[in-house]
Design a protein. Sequence first.
Lengths: 391, 131
Amino acid sequence: MTGIQSNMKTMREIINQNRVTLCLTCGKCSSVCPITRWENREYISPRLLVEKAASGEDDQIFNDLLFWSCITCGQCTELCPSDVDFCGFIRDMRVLARKENLTGACTHGDAIQTWARIMTDPELKQNRIGWVNDDLKISDKSDTIYFTGCLPYYDIMFRDLGSESIKVAQSAIKILNKTGIEPYVMKNERCCGHDQIWEGDVKTFKALAELNIDQFKSIGAKRIITTCPECAYTIKYDYPKSVGEYGMEVMHITEYMAEQVSKGKIDFVNDQEKQTVTYHDPCRLGRSMGVYDAPRKVLRELGYHTVEMKKNRSAGLCCGTSCWTSCGKTNKKIQTERLGQAKETEAEMLVTACIKCQVHFKCAQKDKMLENEIGIQIHDLTILAAERLKS
Amino acid sequence: METGSIIVFTCNWDAYSGLETAGAKRHSYQPEIIPIKLMCLGRISTGIILKVFERGADGVFLIGCPKDECKYYFGNKHAKTIVAEAQELLTLLGYSSGRLKMDSIAAGEGDKFTEKVRDFAEGLSKISEGV
């Protein structure tokens, strides 16, 4: 079970790099892990998995129930007093597991992972910008790239759930136009590769990242703005680390909006009756990138009265699933728990800034038996902001 | 699976009986065509269709029972939704629309089966020639 390829880390290297051996077995990770809380087939926890790795029971790691069901939400890493990077450990280990032909249970019939693999074809010519209508201004020469992510694809895939995918992209352009930017939208943009790198499929990730970086460089922009926290995180941190530098600033749209609000360059109509809303922190935007204040600032600016859920900011609960993999009853319980927390605040609306969070919550809400416990309107912050732009 | 293959998914009932009749009558069709039998076309998923294209197939053709004659009542209706969804995704990915198609035949229609798969394969070669 050692690294087969020269550029692949060995299991020992992964254990040392992620400081797994420093675990004090305090159990703080297990107390916050949503999978530990809801998995009822057997008792699993980050602490136990880390212990297995530290004590050299290498062959047990890949068979641990948590190994593929971990949603890499990062709550354990956030709390760990010894700074053990459990998510990093899982992510690196999954690369080794892939070499042994092990993968997580696929959901959505593997369709999403498959189109990402199709996108690794350098000859591919996509028709992906049909959503840019006449009201939206985009330009072939711009210092800002709007990175759409898989939004046009999710729009088709999750239409039955009423996902707001395309509207998110259109709203983002509307906001950028309002602040005087006509962004460049890549006609042949590839999936950012977030799900691939977190599921251990580094080969696909690198192929996608290289194709994207080539395009970034040819455009010669200075800044990339995304509406998906996962794209923002992957492009900002993983591309330079695993593939190569491209010398551009990466921002999530909420950061951009907050910045423009501070500069006084964007104005919102906020004369409506104060609606109470609650904000759900997406894991990659919150815990991974540390963006907690920007979306809240925008919400206040929009004239909403914001209330916080029991678990918020760095303690915020994940939307329940990650990488479109291993989704099952445990994940649904996490989603139900989170929506329940939103309902408890008595807010009228749950606002997110991540399309995946929205899809997962709306999927959980399909259970009509739970309507009283989890029925709450869900909207994306970008759309709410675009609707209230002062003309 | 070789690059350039054409995958024909048939259901176990009317479509497969068509294929058997075509075999019994010693019909022939293009060698790229690979039939795969499913219990019902309702088994198909967007993921399966995309995966066939990922592996390098030229086209995917689904043949099932005629409208309202599905042996499981909803199978071909479900397949129709799936094919429409896959078609939209493939269009975004830049594949021409003729590369995915769904059709039906009644039980024992061997001639029709051969005719339909041959037409589909010919259509695909026209697409690849850019006609």
